[in-house]
Design a protein around this ligand. Structure first.
Ligand code: ATP
Ligand code: MG
Length: 581
């Protein structure tokens, strides 16, 4: 599992291979230069042969050489750091792009059923963790290992006997570290999971503050938040505690190694057995003993960080592994300016196999027709629209536009044929101008104003503090519901699509705005095939065809007069809702 995660990270690093190679070379040179230092120091010590017997010339030479190695090591370390940062941040940028793209091509089914905050947390936090992992993995883990190997080689060149001593005691610290790393890894995985849950929860709360306040849910919301927060604290604390234990434990083992080298080295130097060693040799060795164990600390120190990175990478790859919307058929055509003839034949669809919804649905729509869809809540009105737009694909039957099955049309061009104004208006943070121009990049100012005028939005826009340049908050928090809808209508007006999908607002808006919205809708529908999830009597009465839906089926179909005459479901609905108006 982990290997494949590592492999996939490496694949993402591939375009930046050259930085990796350069970093490796620089690291090797830097480490070799650093490791050569103790040998030089040992030589300098040995040049002080006895009291009043010092070989100054060779000491000065050695010291010059030592300075050069230190400066060289510094330069190469700088190059290594630069390369590795470049590699890390370019790679994580790519990963972020990949996840973002993936989310854009994700079937709505996935997005509808996953907490959005969790996805956000994956893109923002988890990529950061992966970046940290790569960075630490290289700067500490890789250089640590190379230092260990290098030190062993240099030590062997001084005294194989004492080298063996060092090499045999040190693995102890590895065992200790591995044990603690295992404990903390579990906690790190859990920590990421809860972090995602917490982000999801908070995102939901912030988005729905009004609802929270209306139902006085603050207290209960806080309780749930506290539970998650407490769990997060426990996980984080345990994870950090175990990983923090690793360092002192390995340090303790290192202390023993250092003492052993000092004692045994001195015995060798004084007695010449079991091997002979100079004072300079001991000096070199003590430095090596220190340098040899330090990377163990670093390696064990970053193991947890690398583990967190793996956990995060797993969560990212999980998103990347979701099946994307199936690609457009290879021979799919790009539709432009359709006439607006729609036919639906024997359509079957359900969100979940065990819950049947739309069954054997049939409908013929001529260009310019207005189809009003009415029916109780949950009857499948929005579902029908999801199918028309190919947000979901039907399991059987087919929908065609101008005689072409929609599966044979590229999704983008299909969706371009429709203008959509929904109940829950969607506006983004930006100026009113940008919001209207959302569907048409590079729209001219006059076009935007014309669209706003025909949507009856121009007047209220001009009353805003900065007119078209007024910045509206995310989801238009500073506009009324009716105004938001007018902006959405203007947005569609600007694009001029041949067909429309409208979901009339049920929320009551003030009568004047309501009249404007209605007039704007009328303007919009002129000459366009329109599907309207209808709540207004006028829309329903003026429709070419009224579809009365119940439990995913069309139970009645016809115009207002015909359906009233039938005296069925529609007639009852009409009498209960509209007759007294
Ligand atoms: P309303 O008037 O309340 O908007 P509707 O007629 O638009 O209702 P739909 O949204 O089409 O109703 O829902 C039809 C059925 O499908 C409902 O029973 C609903 O629970 C179910 N449903 C809707 N969306 C999903 C989804 N994403 N996943 C699973 N089931 C869903
Ligand atoms: Mg609906």
């Amino acid at each position: 599992m982990k290997i494949s995660v590592l492999k996939r990270i490496i694949i993402y690093c591939k375009p930046y291979n050259r930085f990796f190679v350069l970093a490796m070379i620089s690291a090797m040179i830097q480490i070799s230069l650093t490791l050569y230092g103790p040998i030089l120091i040992g030589q300098a010590v040995d040049a002080m042969i006895a009291y009043h017997n010092v070989d100054y010339i060779s000491i000065i030479k050695t010291l010059c050489f030592l300075s050069a190695t230190i400066v060289g090591a510094m330069i190469f370390q700088w190059i290594m750091t630069y390369c590795i940062h470049k590699l890390t941040y370019c790679t994580t940028q790519d990963v972020r792009v990949a996840v973002y793209r993936k989310i854009n091509h994700m079937p709505l089914k996935y997005l509808d059923s996953h907490a959005h905050g969790d996805l956000i947390s994956r893109i923002v936090n988890d990529t950061d963790q992966v970046a940290d992992g790569i960075l630490q993995g290289f700067t500490q883990f890789f250089t640590g290992i190379v230092t260990i190997v290098g030190t062993i080689m240099f030590m062997l060149s001084v005294s194989p006997f004492i080298t063996l001593l060092v090499v045999f005691i040190t693995p102890l610290s590895l065992f200790v570290a591995a044990f603690l790393a295992k404990l903390s890894h579990k906690m790190f995985v859990k920590q990421q999971l809860i972090q995602g849950q917490l982000s999801g929860y908070i995102e939901e709360l912030i988005g729905n503050q009004k609802v929270v306040k209306v139902f006085c849910y603050e207290k209960r919301a806080f309780q749930k938040f506290e539970i998650l927060n407490e769990e997060l604290r426990i996980c984080g604390q345990k994870a950090q505690f175990y990983s923090a234990l690793a360092n002192p434990s390995t340090r303790f083992v290192n202390g023993i190694v250092y003492a052993a080298v000092a004692v045994i080295g001195s015995v060798c130097a004084i007695t010449g057995s079991p091997v002979s060693l100079t004072i300079g040799g001991i000096t070199s060795f003590l430095t090596y003993a220190n340098q040899y164990t330090k990377p163990f600390n670093e390696v064990t120190g970053v193991i947890t960080q690398i583990q967190t990175a793996f956990a995060s990478a797993q969560r990212l790859f999980h998103v990347l592994d979701q099946q994307a919307e199936p690609l457009d058929a290879p021979d799919a055509i790009t539709m432009t300016g359709c006439k607006g003839q729609v036919s639906i034949e024997h359509l079957y669809f359900s969100y979940r196999p065990e819950m049947r919804l739309i069954e054997d649905f049939n409908l013929q729509v001529n260009p310019g027709d207005r189809i009003a869809i009415v029916g109780p809540t949950g009857s499948g009105k929005s579902t029908l629209i999801n199918l028309l737009m190919r947000f979901y694909d039907a399991s059987e039957g087919r929908i065609s536009i101008d005689g072409i099955p929609i599966t044979q049309i590229t999704r983008n061009s299909l969706r371009n044929q429709f203008g959509m104004v929904l109940q829950d208006t969607w506006l983004h943070h930006g100026t009113i101008r940008d919001n209207i121009a959302y569907g048409k990049s590079g729209a001219k100012d006059e076009e935007i104003v014309t669209a706003a005028k025909s949507a009856f939005a121009h007047d209220f826009i001009m009353q805003q503090p900065n007119g078209y340049d007024t910045v509206i908050s995310e989801n238009g928090g500073n506009l009324s519901q009716g105004q938001k809808q007018l902006l959405c209508i203007a947005r569609v007006m600007l694009v001029c699509p041949p067909m429309l999908i409208l979901d009339e607002a049920t929320s009551s808006i003030d009568t004047r705005t309501e009249l404007k919205v209605q007039a704007a809708f009328q303007n919009l529908m002129k000459g366009r095939t329109s599907f309207i999830v209808a709540h207004r009597l006028s829309t329903i009465q003026n429709a070419t065809t009224i579809l009365v839906m119940e439990n995913g089926k069309v139970i009645e179909q016809g115009n207002h007069e015909v359906l009233l005459a039938r005296n069925g479901f529609y007639a009852k609905l009409y009498q209960s809702q509209f007759a007294n108006m």
